[in-house]
Design a protein around this ligand. Structure first.
Ligand code: NDP
Length: 308
């Protein structure tokens, strides 16, 4: 039995050290070294090899090294191969920090104060209490729920949207396309934490923004292809949206000269809202290997039919 890691080699070296300490019985290889490929039972990769079945004929589990699985074609993997994503505590904590920072930045008019500082202009905007600000989260999964838990402590009015109906204390929950406009109509700050699927691709568009009240703002931490860039620029231009914090774009990296780089109402970061943390990721991977060995449910198992 052996494990192959196929992603950033620097982080791979950290994984190797952690495996050596925590699971010395599992031979660990960093791609392109695979050892005897017939012995490989577990593969962790950002991008699986194209000929995965031929490369690793005895593979039992595939781990995405990211929290999402949209970076590769799920349908190209062997149909029976379980695919596990990295819903590990380190990535959750990072997202809670970033999303909270972004919501607070918009709540407290940080983009405007950054503009004013550049202009040497001293001007105060009215301060509203969090209890008067309505924050809605698209996606009530592992990350969306953790972000809501933190925002709740700050006193915001909270809502959330998912495909299936959820019940979360202190959060007004909406489900399905039909209920989305109702939530948007009472949203001041919209946070996108959806997975990228055929249903969610491109959904942050002009039509969706029209359902938000004038002056609302956006935190985009899902995936770049959720967002229609031009629609965001248009909504900011007309003042329909007042600001945005954008961590993910399509394409990445964002090309030189793209309007987001210098837009005065956009705070832009290079897809760093959160990252898989080797310490906690290896714990989760080893826990899942143990679970797999005894036939227990896997943590972060992707539903291949839903695509997330
Ligand atoms: P989960 O799979 O745990 O949750 C996904 C949520 O989205 C669920 O509530 C699901 O609904 C909902 N959803 C999916 N499709 C639809 C739809 N068509 N309509 C309505 N709701 C839908 O994912 P996570 O919370 O772990 O992660 C979410 C995403 O965050 C990742 O897929 C990734 O894109 C992004 N991410 C970004 C990072 C960054 O650094 N910017 C880092 C990590 C993740 P239901 O509950 O009904 O299934």
């Amino acid at each position: 039995m052996a494990f192959v890691y196929k992603a950033d080699p620097v982080r791979g070296a950290e994984w190797a050290r952690l495996f050596a300490a925590k699971a010395p019985d599992i031979p660990f290889h960093i791609w392109p070294d695979t050892g005897n490929a017939d012995r490989v039972r577990y593969l962790a990769a950002w991008m699986p090899p194209q000929d995965i079945e031929r490369q690793f004929p005895n593979l039992e589990l595939f781990f995405s090294t990211g929290a999402g699985v949209d970076q590769f074609d799920l349908a190209a993997l062997p149909p029976e191969l379980p695919v596990v994503r990295m819903a590990e505590p380190g990535v959750v904590a990072g997202m809670v920090e970033y999303a909270t920072m972004a919501v607070l930045a918009l709540h407290r008019d940080l983009p405007a104060y950054i503009r004013q500082q550049r202009e040497g202009r001293w001007a105060a905007h009215r301060v509203y209490p969090a209890s008067k600000r309505r924050v809605s989260v698209l996606g009530l999964g592992v990350l969306g729920c953790a972000v809501l838990d933190q925002l709740r402590t700050l006193g915001f009015q909270l809502a959330g949207w998912s495909r299936t109906r959820r019940e979360i204390e202190g959060v007004t929950c909406y489900a399905g396309q039909e209920e989305l406009p109702t939530m948007l109509a009472s949203t001041d700050i919209l946070v996108c934490l959806l997975p990228l699927t055929p249903e969610t691709r491109g959904m942050l568009d002009g039509a969706l923004f029209q359902h938000l009240p004038r002056g609302a703002s956006l935190v985009h931490v899902g995936r770049g292809a959720h967002l229609d860039h031009q629609a965001l620029l248009d909504a900011l231009e007309t003042g329909w949206l007042s600001g945005a914090v954008v961590d993910v774009t399509d394409p990445e990296p964002l090309p030189a000269g793209h309007a987001f780089w210098s837009h005065p109402k956009i705070l832009l970061t290079p897809h760093i809202a959160s990252m898989t943390q080797p310490e906690t990721a290896v714990e989760l991977v080893l826990d899942n290997i143990r679970r797999h060995e005894v036939g227990a449910p896997l943590i972060g198992l992707v539903d291949r039919a839903r695509g997330y």
